[in-house]
Design a protein around this ligand. Structure first.
Ligand code: DLL
Length: 435
């Protein structure tokens, strides 16, 4: 094993050492933002705070939050803290509405990111001897290039396939025999189905590990992917505004939620309504401050992702709970808060139902109606009578009512009916008239 295959000392450092490093870096990050990014200076000044007011890590709460709206208001480059001459890469994430959010990286940022992605791949069980099939999209999206640079940084052989062309994905896995695959979890399922369609046994592929993220996925989906592909499936978290993938990664030895790389990111959990800090273990909105980013630091960036901070296990750094969804993905159906991933989790309890589903929302009169459209699992196709399929539908409705608390109508459809995603899956189709 080469040096690149070993855990970095900081991953196992004492808590005191990590907190001391965070404090030094946080002071730097605040000063950099204040001195170089006019929108940060304005926000700090109007909140009456100065970077010197941070003496302890807890003092972070005195500083104002940053939101996606701040990034949009300063589109495209107004939040950059380095002159364009020092910027070597620009990424952007397309929002569902309005302008994309733009992020810039210096040379050092790209190295930091590659190092963090290498660390993440290693935490998932990867080594420099591995071949890594990257099926995340390349381009403005951070998934493909983030995975790519991380894999190369650690000395693995990267196969930059990108998203889409599912038939070819299977052919390349079959011929090149990669050890690791990196994709969105929903796209992994589409690839698994394609193996079957081509008459190939997915469980006997060369793959050993899958590193999945960029969208919420459930424990049931993990079991499904691990069973179909016979691999270890690990959770990778990140967002472009903060760096991209590689903010947090689940460790293969514990498989208990992503470890957040605290030497580069300072996490907080807040109540999404009041903004008040929440204690470890409580679920709320994840807020991240970048500790080392040069090109575009993020100070108390509100991710909108709902999760909890959990105690350290496989490393010295804290973990986050599986991100179940974003506050803006939450559906309110007749007053009940519902995340698509909750529905996904309960559908997984019926072996007749596949993990391919979509939620349809309608408002025929005054009340919202939720239709859960879910595919029958291929193994049951053609084997169940109409009455048995009806029964599976009623069971899905019952599970949703008892576990999620909403009344839904389930529609069981044949395998292959629901459009497959090649990146982030679209789980909700909203037919309600916009008012
Ligand atoms: O999705 C970065 C990424 C690429 C992460 C590849 C992991 C793997 P964005 O396009 O900016 O960046 O979207 C970020 O995706 O705020 C979450 O809502 C969601 N997300 C990312 N990873 C996970 C995950 C990339 N593991 C947004 N579980 C984030 C749940 C995730 N949601």
């Amino acid at each position: 094993m080469g040096a690149a295959d070993h855990i970095e000392p900081i991953e196992k450092a004492s808590i005191d050492e990590i907190r001391a490093l965070q404090l030094v870096r946080l002071k730097d990050a605040l000063s950099r933002a204040y001195e170089r990014v006019p929108p940060y200076k304005r926000k700090f000044d109007s909140a009456g705070v100065h970077p010197d007011d941070l003496r302890r890590l807890d003092d972070i709460v005195k500083f104002p939050f940053t939101t996606k709206d701040d990034l949009r208001a300063n589109y495209p480059f107004g939040m950059f803290a380095a002159p364009m001459q020092e910027i070597v890469r620009i990424h952007a994430s397309s929002g569902t509405t309005g302008k994309p959010t733009v992020v810039g990286y210096t040379k050092k940022d790209i190295e930091t990111w590659a190092g963090l992605m290498a660390r993440s791949i290693r935490a998932a069980g990867g080594t420099s001897r591995d071949k890594i099939h990257v099926a995340y999209g390349y381009g403005l999206f951070t998934g493909g290039l983030g995975a790519h640079y991380g894999g190369e940084f650690m000395g693995a052989a990267v196969i930059p396939v990108g998203g889409g062309f599912t038939e070819r994905q299977v052919q390349l896995i079959h011929d090149f025999k990669p050890d690791i695959i990196m994709a969105t979890p929903s796209y992994m399922l589409a690839i698994a189905d394609e193996f079957e369609r081509q008459g190939l046994d997915a469980a006997n592929s060369s793959l050993r590990v899958g590193i999945f993220g960029a969208e919420p996925w459930s424990e049931g989906m993990r079991i499904e992917i691990e069973r179909q592909m016979r691999i270890d499936a690990l959770d990778l978290y990140g967002l472009s505004e903060v760096i991209g993938p590689g903010v947090a990664q689940e460790c293969i030895e514990s498989k208990d939620g992503p470890t957040l790389w605290e030497d580069h990111f300072f996490p907080e959990i807040i109540d999404p309504q009041s903004g008040a800090p929440l204690a470890e273990g409580e679920t709320g909105e994840l807020v991240i401050t970048t500790l080392t980013k040069e090109g575009m630091p993020a100070i108390r960036y509100r991710t909108r992702d709902l999760t909890a901070l959990l105690p350290a296990t496989a490393r010295s750094m804290r973990r986050i709970d599986r991100v179940r969804g974003r506050s803006d993905d939450m559906l309110i159906i007749r007053g009940v808060n519902v995340f698509p991933s909750q529905i996904e989790a309960v559908l997984g309890k019926d072996e007749r139902l596949s993990p391919h589903y979509v939620l349809e929302l309608r408002r025929p009169e005054r009340l919202d109606e939720l239709d859960v459209v879910v595919e029958l699992r291929a193994a049951f196709a053609g084997k169940l009578s109409g009455a048995e399929i009806d029964e599976a539908g009623r069971n899905a409705e019952h599970l949703i009512k008892s576990y999620v608390g909403v009344t839904a109508k389930a529609r069981i459809v044949p395998p292959g009916t629901i459009e497959r995603s090649q990146g982030k899956a679209k789980r909700v189709i909203d037919f309600r008239a916009k008012t």
